[in-house]
Design a protein around this ligand. Structure first.
Ligand SMILES: Cc1cc2nc3c(=O)[nH]c(=O)nc-3n(C[C@H](O)[C@H](O)[C@H](O)COP(=O)(O)OP(=O)(O)OC[C@H]3O[C@@H](n4cnc5c(N)ncnc54)[C@H](O)[C@@H]3O)c2cc1C
Length: 476
């Protein structure tokens, strides 16, 4: 592919192959070249040149999307991992902040900030995601019900737009662009720098773990805990109800207690059980018996409740289940569904899902559940139920038989679940592998008229030639 001396594209077949895929391993594409930029000027030269040549382009952070959202077939892929430096810090400011190049991984941000006793308010469950990547999707974490999403915790961004401009944007400056690039999946410009808000990090966490064996009890427990706002982190998994699976979730020191409780459990059903983990920030390592009083024991499985302390660092650096599976089984396809589902329809939707859910349909992949509150989220393109509490539900399947037919079946199951969710006011979190929405007509419904109008206007201003593209099909 012809290039100029202002930027350098890698055309090595191995590199092209690596960047023609993402974590999902469902979509594979053939990029023409890969840019690993070291300066903003390089990005500006690239976009100006590609616009002239009418060649499309997409940007990748860590490529953890599941359906090609970070790929570009027959175009150029920007691999922003090379753009990964801390530029400036304001640790003693109010609020404290760190300004980074957007290809940096969150683990690097944390390495710097934790050394000064500071952390981003919300951290994702996997720190090898890039800053630019999660700001472009939303960035949900276990602390989101109180702190919101990462896209709302950014103070200022620097962006290269499709006409080659390098602009600073924030709530006070170029607000239109600021509102479009956050959760904008790279469709209005490339985030090159992010000034991130920080806050005081706790040293320890008081961690409580328990199980609920019905959706009704689970929802009642979580709803109360969210209202109390006592715990700093809340998340859960739906897991097969077996001693082995339950043991995998609780700390080793609690295995004996779990075995005893299991022996007393006379009920063969249900087949699935909710595992819940709650964490309270602490600056000392002493046990606090008060924490236990926050849990309504009548709602949890056989009164089984554990309490442990962990360092904040260890807690946020744990490998999520999907990465553990990948390390064990290698790279497999991930037919995933991620939805934001209204809390008042949670029980019926989950019960319907569980009724038809077979263990083999997950391929060992997790079902992750995180409560969120709509009034804590302001980023306009992060579409979610408008009122009250809702749940992030990630049905993160693994296709472990390398079978295209099975992959299709699992994708179809996800689609059916999604359709049932939108009927109840749910929305897709679009880094999953769902094949809908996939055209402007459908995205217009997803975003709603008011936001869609802003998206269309934004495209005319910042991506008028439709050079910035991805697999979601907002503009195709
Ligand atoms: C193991 C695992 C754990 C995950 N954990 C979480 C989690 O805790 N919370 C959560 O919200 N999501 C999570 N995700 C979902 C999701 O895939 C990521 O939020 C997202 O993909 C960000 O990661 P990334 O750096 O790999 O970005 P990519 O996947 O590379 O990019 C994501 C999207 O943003 C665009 N983009 C990337 N960089 C930029 C940039 N600098 N400027 C403009 N656009 C850009 C890309 O084109 C793409 O459309 C997880 C995914 C996996 C596989």
């Amino acid at each position: 592919m012809a290039q100029t001396d202002l930027y350098h594209l890698i055309e090595n077949p191995e590199v092209l192959k690596e960047h023609g895929q993402d974590f999902g391993r469902i979509q594979f594409s053939n990029p023409l070249g890969v840019l690993r930029p070291t300066s903003v000027q390089e990005l500006q030269s690239l976009i100006v040149d590609l616009t002239k040549k009418k060649i499309r382009v997409n940007i990748q952070g860590s490529a953890h999307t599941a359906n090609g959202q970070s790929q570009c077939d027959q175009g150029v892929v920007i691999d922003l991992k090379s753009f990964n430096q801390v530029v400036q810090t304001g640790y003693d400011q109010d609020p404290p902040w760190i300004n980074v190049q957007a290809g940096i991984l969150w683990e690097e941000v944390l390495k710097h900030s934790l050394a000064h006793g500071l952390t981003p308010p919300t951290t994702t469950d996997w720190q090898k995601l890039s800053v630019g990547g999660t700001l472009s999707t939303g960035g949900v974490g276990f602390m989101s019900y109180q702190k919101g999403i990462q896209a709302d915790q950014v103070l200022e961004l620097e962006v290269v737009t499709a006409d080659g401009e390098h602009l600073v944007c924030s709530h006070n400056k170029n607000k239109r662009l600021f509102n479009l690039v956050r959760a904008g999946f790279g469709q209005f410009g490339w985030i090159t720098h992010a000034k991130l808000k920080l806050e005081k990090a706790p040293k320890y966490l008081e961690v409580l773990q328990c199980f609920c064996d019905s959706s009704k009890n689970f929802h009642q427990l979580i709803e109360t805990l969210v209202q109390d706002a006592y715990f700093d982190c809340i998340h859960a998994f739906l897991i097969p109800k077996s001693l082995d699976e339950m043991k995998k979730k609780v700390s080793n020191s609690d295995h004996n207690a779990l075995e005893k409780t299991w022996d007393q459990d006379q009920k063969a059903t249900p087949q699935w059980i909710y595992f819940i983990e709650l964490a309270k920030y602490r600056n000392h390592a002493n046990p606090d018996p008060e924490v236990l009083k926050k849990i309504d024991l009548s709602l949890i499985w056989n009164n089984f409740l554990t309490q442990n302390r962990e360092s904040f660092f260890d807690y946020i650096h744990k490998e999520p289940p999907l990465i553990e599976i990948q390390k064990k089984l290698g790279n497999l396809a991930h037919p995933e569904l991620a939805i934001l589902h209204p809390a008042n329809h949670f029980v019926s939707w989950m019960d319907d899902f569980i009724m038809n859910l077979k263990i083999k349909d997950m391929g060992g992949g997790p079902i992750l559940i995180i409560p969120l509150l709509s009034d804590k989220i302001h980023c306009p393109l992060f579409r979610h139920p408008i009122k009250g509490m809702f749940y992030f539900i990630g049905i993160l399947r693994v296709e472990d038989q390398n079978s295209p037919t099975r992959l299709k079946i699992l994708q179809q199951k996800n689609l059916e679940l999604y359709q049932k969710s939108i009927q109840k006011g749910g929305f897709r979190y679009p880094c999953d592998s769902l094949e809908q929405p996939n055209c402007p007509k459908e995205w217009r419904i997803h975003f709603g008229e008011e936001t869609w109008k802003k998206i269309e206007e934004g495209k005319k201003i910042f991506n008028s030639n439709h050079i910035l593209t991805n697999s979601l099909g907002w503009f195709d």
